[in-house]
Design a binder for this molecule. Structure first.
Ligand code: FAD
Ligand code: SIN
Length: 552
């Protein structure tokens, strides 16, 4: 048993910034499933939205966020995150983060920060490090972490399940006891459900370890890998949402999966994003005949909010039968393109596309999970001792559609607030004895092809039936298939020794189930949830979240 004061699952912007804030007060374990830098954060391109420009104001940033969110954002949450943003960004700069500077000099002779623009923003307000903002943030945070003696990072460790008081006290049935107590049911429990830590799979040594802590932070990011095509790296399998759901936490708004309009379309490119900042700097969407199809769709044309652009591309592709559209920035000087977007330029060149001379083939791909584990603005979930920050959480900031570059901002602000809240309250411990993980009679899986087949099947069916445009019939079809697959995965989970792929498969199946369940709850089209059976907004759902919670 490994005991800590703070257990953090995930080493992206949310987990690392929280770790730095709590480390002065106790021993911190950061558990992360690959190497420490591997996270969505590391691939963020556009930047962080925050009010610093002279022509900008908190009011405008709040208004743009609410507008993108299609009526579902929680305004008090939006206001707090927007207003606290500049202070958190200054802290990041103090840690060593270097944002790109503009050509202009301030009165004191110093250079001002360069401000990028993205879809749905009425002002230039995106702080960025060229087109590699996430990589620079991750490096700055990891550098600071390496100087903290209180923080220990466990790489290649994959959290399997949260350990909660309900699971322990409701211990019934030999089968559950055999497998790490991960699926107990306790009817009529009067107990408060409290998180006590997590069971974690040490991938290198092939064994399950028990981590205990009075405070556990879920910072496991999003779930792009639930879909066949995604901008996300392989880590994004929705583990945090699946674990929290199994532990009995409320999950909300999972139907709002954001599809980024412009992922590079090339047979050899896996998940490479073409930043919205390219459109922010004048890039224009065209169909294969060269027609600018966003004209007449929205007044902001190619820079309209993402849900609108992604749907317009989807419709254009269906209309013309093309398997991609084009993003053209060749009218800008080559020198500007190469300096502003060095990563995009170099990567496309490796695939034989010179973006200074030819348009970029692009398609929409699953990008961001707007819903997640329900939290308040301080990261508290409805399980005591369990907090969630970053993409895994649903605070109410994004509503039905996230405004570009608001997620890094949310992670910074909420990690800070969660740390402040936790450090200002007395530590609550329990004397419940945590059972160690038992492998029981499990044996090595004999047919790993089942796991890889089910992975592919879920991702494909989510793409085909639960994509940018939905219908109830397709959702129900998806629901049935997911239920069948889950039965098979469940048997596999209980009968065989766990592996990384099996654990992730179990999680993507759960997250797929939750996305479909939320989409079926909402009888309207709002933001990212576009359902042909309910093409309009439904005023009864204007302020309603779709919530799912497992009865345990
Ligand atoms: P992540 O950064 O994804 O970190 C999750 C961590 O949890 C990882 O370390 C992962 O390994 C770990 N983990 C997951 N499951 C487990 C498990 N079971 N056990 C142990 N560890 C686990 N947002 C913006 O605001 N601006 C942008 O410009 C921007 N660009 C983007 C570009 C791309 C290509 C992508 C994919 C996303 C972009 N986003 C952007 C979104 C943004 O990057 C993410 O929402 C944000 O980085 C999420 O941070 P996080 O800390 O919550 O999660
Ligand atoms: C991008 O650079 O287009 C991604 C921005 C975001 O997802 O917020």
């Amino acid at each position: 048993m490994k005991q800590f004061d703070f257990l953090i699952l995930g080493s992206g912007i949310a987990g690392l910034s929280f770790a730095l804030k709590v480390a002065p007060r106790g021993r911190v374990a950061i558990v992360t499933k690959k190497n420490r830098a591997e996270s969505n954060t590391n691939y963020a391109q556009g930047g962080i939205a925050s009010v610093t420009g002279k022509d900008d104001s908190f009011e405008l940033h709040v208004r743009d966020t609410l507008e993108a969110g299609a009526g579902l954002c929680k305004e008090n949450v939006v206001r707090t995150i927007v207003e606290e943003g500049p202070a958190r960004i200054q802290e990041l700069i103090d840690l060593g983060m270097k944002f790109s500077e503009s050509e202009h000099r301030a009165k004191d002779g110093s250079r001002e920060l360069d401000l990028g623009r993205e879809g749905g923003h009425s002002r230039r307000r995106i702080l960025h490090a060229k087109d590699m903002t996430g990589h620079e943030i991750e490096s700055a945070l990891l550098d600071a972490i390496s100087k903290s003696p209180n923080i220990e990072i466990f790489e290649n460790h994959l959290a399997i399940d949260l350990i909660t008081s309900q699971k322990i006290t409701g211990q019934r049935g030999a089968r559950s006891a055999e497998r790490g107590n991960s699926e107990f049911r306790i009817p009529n429990s009067e107990l408060e459900n409290r998180c006590l830590g997590a069971y974690v799979f040490d991938k290198k040594n092939n064994r399950v370890e028990t981590f205990s802590a009075p405070v556990t932070l879920l910072a496991t990011g999003g779930c792009g890998k639930v879909y066949l095509y995604t901008t996300n790296p392989d880590i994004a399998t929705g583990d945090g949402v699946a674990m929290a759901y199994r532990a009995g936490a409320s999950i909300a708004n999972m139907e709002f999966v954001q599809f980024h309009p412009t992922c590079l379309y090339h047979p050899k490119a896996k998940s490479f994003l073409i930043s919205e900042a390219v459109r922010g700097e004048g890039g224009i969407l065209k169909n294969l005949d060269g027609r600018e199809f966003m004209d007449g769709v929205h007044e902001m044309k190619s820079l309209a909010p993402r849900d609108i652009v992604a749907r317009a591309i989807d419709s254009e592709m269906k209309k013309t039968g093309a398997d991609h559209v084009l993003l053209d920035i060749t009218h800008k000087p080559a020198k500007f393109i190469i300096e502003r977007f060095p990563n995009i330029y170099q990567t496309c060149l490796r695939y034989g596309i010179d973006i200074t001379r030819e348009p970029i083939p692009v398609v929409p791909a699953a990008h961001y999970q707007c819903g997640g584990v329900v939290t308040n603005i301080d990261g508290a979930t409805d399980i005591a001792g369990l907090f969630a920050v970053g993409e895994v959480a649903c605070t109410g900031l994004h509503g039905a559609n996230r405004l570009a570059s608001n997620s890094l901002l949310e992670a910074l602000v909420c990690a800070h607030r969660a740390a402040e809240k936790i450090l200002s309250s007395p530590v609550e411990k329990t004397d419940l004895k945590i059972p160690l993980w038992q492998s029981g009679n499990a044996t090595n899986a004999d047919e790993l092809v089942v796991v890889s087949h089910n992975w592919d099947e879920i991702r494909r069916l989510m793409w085909d039936y639960v994509g940018i445009v939905r219908t109830n019939k397709r959702l129900q079809r998806a629901q049935k298939r997911i239920a069948n697959l889950q039965e098979e995965i469940h048997d596999y989970y209980w009968n065989f020794i766990v592996t990384n792929d099996l654990l992730e498969l179990r999680n993507i199946a759960t997250v797929a189930e939750l996305i479909v369940a939320c989409a079926l709850q909402r009888p309207e089209s709002r933001g990212l949830n576009y359902n042909l059976d309910f093409p309009d907004l439904n005023p009864d759902w204007a302020q309603r979240d779709s919530v799912v919670r497992k009865i345990i």
